[in-house]
Design a protein around this ligand. Structure first.
Ligand SMILES: NC(=O)c1ccc[n+]([C@@H]2O[C@H](COP(=O)([O-])OP(=O)(O)OC[C@H]3O[C@@H](n4cnc5c(N)ncnc54)[C@H](O)[C@@H]3O)[C@@H](O)[C@H]2O)c1
Length: 461
């Protein structure tokens, strides 16, 4: 569901009921007798939303700060979990410095280890899921089972079994009237929302027949192995390098642009084929991931989207999307520079940040709200006003599209959507504790399994 699509449904429960249980059953019972009284209580903002943070890294700290920066009263950070104590402590101190009045995470509500998420979910009304993506389906499932509202980062899985868990629990979230926002923030960014209106409502470029999407850049971090770490702890700390935790950068990063393709075209691709490999990423420390992927996605009616993502220093590095229609082309960028041109190259529409105000000199996204903030504003407003919102469906579909692209590049084969979504290849085990075996192991020389296209040397599809 589009975030703007939060049309009011019949209010059925008190805000307190939703915060506590999120359950439609609780809601119905409460509705009939006390609705008008409770409605005014919501307006007074007397109830609290207790927020739980699961995964206290860079994005988790940012998302928690944004959740505490909404205009809503009565929001506090109440419990936190991270695999590692130093990450939890760092995030706690950082968020508390920014929001001293809104952080109330006593020591007995700080949980260290990969299984701390359950305790945070128990104690809170709204949970922020920002661990490495491999864990996401199982944290989402636990939060839905407990009846909690959810903000979860993209991607929402690393393999098809994980995507299917998210799809199944998305439906249950709806049955329980839970609110779910996924961190695909272009869907909350004014320039993209306006561009989509131009395409769908104003027919500015005609029917889309092709597209290109890019996330090319120089690479990502590596975290050194620490003394005394088990193999599993090393991999969790260095999650980006492992398919079972990250899904590779086509899933972790390029999903943003792939999601824009699905959003503008209005569905998922039917077929994919592609190529990829490692050219700069030649050291074994880079685990399993490629440094480039190139995929042709074919949608219904033969609409073809070319997708590129690359982690190679000193190479061409666009991050953007463009679509060709029967009447023209539209160019999209998260800097806000969005423009449509006819086939002769004449500009036919340009996005004006802030509804036409000139951007301040050198300013970024000037005049527009920060989409990372809008995600949390929208989620908390939906909770307080009991408006439906559930981004898990498109989050799952775009995650599956990125995984399908990875299946194509890793295997070197053409595959269909049905093959991809029904794949039984499970990279991420549903339960991980520090006692678990690491799902992949290095060989005697320290190399992890890396897929070689055409060789079928590791399970891919
Ligand atoms: N929407 C965006 O623009 C955006 C930007 C950055 C990151 N992200 C997403 O956010 C997620 C986190 O990325 P990050 O950059 O914050 O990574 P990070 O490494 O900084 O943080 C991840 C944290 O999760 C912790 N963790 C690992 N396993 C855990 C478990 N089982 N339980 C609890 N904690 C666990 C790690 O110790 C770490 O502190 C990823 O899915 C990433 O794709 C989204």
């Amino acid at each position: 569901m589009n975030p703007t699509d939060t049309s009011e449904t019949t209010p059925v429960a008190t805000r307190r009921d939703f915060l506590r249980t999120g359950s439609a059953a609780a809601a119905v019972g409460a509705a009939a007798s006390v609705l008008s009284v409770e409605r005014s209580a919501w307006a007074a903002g007397s109830d609290e939303i207790k927020i739980g943070l699961i995964g206290c890294g860079g994005r988790g700290s940012g998302a928690a700060s944004q959740a505490l920066s909404t205009k809503q009263e009565g929001v506090k950070l109440y419990a936190m979990a991270d695999a590692f104590k130093d990450r939890l402590d760092g995030a706690h101190s950082n968020i508390r410095t920014k929001h001293p009045e809104k952080v109330d995470v006593s020591e007995d509500r700080q949980f260290v280890g990969p299984d701390g998420y359950q305790k945070v979910i128990e104690k809170c009304d709204l949970v922020i899921l920002t661990t490495p993506p491999g864990f996401r389906p199982y944290h989402f499932k636990a939060a839905v089972e407990a009846g909690k509202n959810i903000f979860m980062e993209k991607p929402v899985a690393v393999d098809a079994p994980g995507v299917r868990v998210v799809q199944e629990y998305a439906k249950i979230a709806d049955e329980k009237n839970l609110k779910v926002v996924v961190g695909l923030q272009r869907r909350y960014q004014n320039c993209y929302i306006e561009a989509l209106k131009q395409v769908k409502e104003q027919d500015i470029i005609g029917e889309i027949v092709a597209g290109q999407v890019y996330w090319n850049g120089g690479g990502i971090w590596f975290r050194d192995r620490l003394p005394g770490q088990t193999e599993l702890q090393y991999q969790v700390q260095n999650w980006y390098q492992f398919t079972w935790l990250c899904g590779d950068h086509i899933n972790e990063q390029h999903i943003h642009n792939i999601d824009v393709a699905n959003w503008f075209i209005g569905g998922h691709p039917e077929v994919a084929q592609g190529m990829g490999g490692r050219q700069q990423r030649v050291d074994k420390k880079w685990g399993q991931i490629y440094d480039h992927h190139y995929v042709e996605f074919t949608y219904a009616n033969g609409v073809r989207v070319n997708s590129q993502c690359r982690h190679q220093e000193k190479t061409f590095s666009p991050v953007r999307e463009e679509f060709t229609g029967t009447k023209g082309k539209i160019y999209l960028k998260n800097s806000g520079q969005c423009e449509a041109k006819d086939h002769k190259g004449n500009s036919i529409w340009k996005y004006r940040p802030g509804g036409g105000e000139r951007p301040a000199a050198g300013g970024k996204r000037s005049g527009d709200p920060d989409p990372y903030q809008t995600e949390h504003d929208t989620l908390q407003a939906a909770i307080r006003e009991n408006k439906p919102i559930n981004n898990a469906y498109y989050g799952a579909e775009s995650t599956m599209t990125a995984i399908m692209g990875r299946m194509a590049t890793y295997s070197g084969q053409e595959l269909t959507w049905d093959q991809a979504i029904n794949s039984k290849v499970e990279h991420m085990p549903p339960i991980i504790t520090w006692e678990s075996e690491a799902p992949v192991k290095p060989d005697a020389d320290g190399w992890y399994p890396i897929s070689i296209p055409g060789r079928n040397n590791v399970p891919v599809i």
